[in-house]
Design a protein around this ligand. Sequence first.
Ligand code: NAD
Length: 262
Amino acid sequence: MYLGISRKSVLVTAASKGIGRAIAEEFVSEGAKVAICSRNKEHLLKTSDEIKNKFGVEVLWCVCDLSKRKDIENTINAVNNEFNGIDILVNNCGGPPRGNFLDFEEEDWQSAIDQVFLSAVTATKLVVPNMMEKEWGRIINITSISVKQPVDSLILSNAVRTGLTGLAKSLSNELGKYNITVNNVAPGYTLTNRLYELAVSRAKEMNTSHEEVLSEIAKGIPMNRLAAPEEIAATVVFLASMKASYITGCTIPVDGGYIKGL
Ligand code: NAD
């Protein structure tokens, strides 16, 4: 399928590892101009070197802590200068810590809101005017199955990501007339560092191994396995493509059938 994004410029946030990195690689393989950001310079250098070795293409990278407004502004300015605007914004972020309601204080809630919700608000606000001028744009938020079916012991994620889902739907109403689509991709259990760490933490509580925890999770998924990050990335790149020109305001789960609702 011809996706028509080979000349588009893309920023994928939180993309030195995991799902964000897989998304960046998928865009690179489609010939798009790609920028990535995350907090850690060494991880960014390693990732950009590995992408260069794999695809023969340079990605632009910026050190950016998504909980800091100034870092997001600096990143968007740097990408705008290099690429002359951002056509496709993928708002990914690190996941909030695991825990239940009484485990968290107000500052934990604020930190989850900063990282998951306000980072996307800030980045989106900075890219939208240019998209409106060009009358073309794609905004895709990486959320979670938790927006459709709360996940046990992930109360920060369950609560805060639904705000982003509401924002995306509202924005899709405002921006449709400028030919800008706004969607969410909700990953299910995906084999990344984040899932590994969650499994290790759950394994300690249950006095078992993280392999056992991951195997139990897989048993609860109709596809009977965890997702590979590339499977999430494929959906994101499709939503960013010319072929998805009439899809907006949606949350697309990529979860192997995990969500039980219709
Ligand atoms: P990961 O831990 O493998 O990678 C997270 C990336 O975010 C890394 O590049 C890290 O450097 C970056 N990051 C973390 N905090 C940051 C910050 N403050 N500023 C900038 N960059 C930051 O995670 P992942 O599994 O790829 O998950 C990506 C997102 O998808 C997370 O929000 C996660 O909660 C969500 N998600 C993951 C799964 C899963 O099973 N892996 C399922 C549903 C949702």
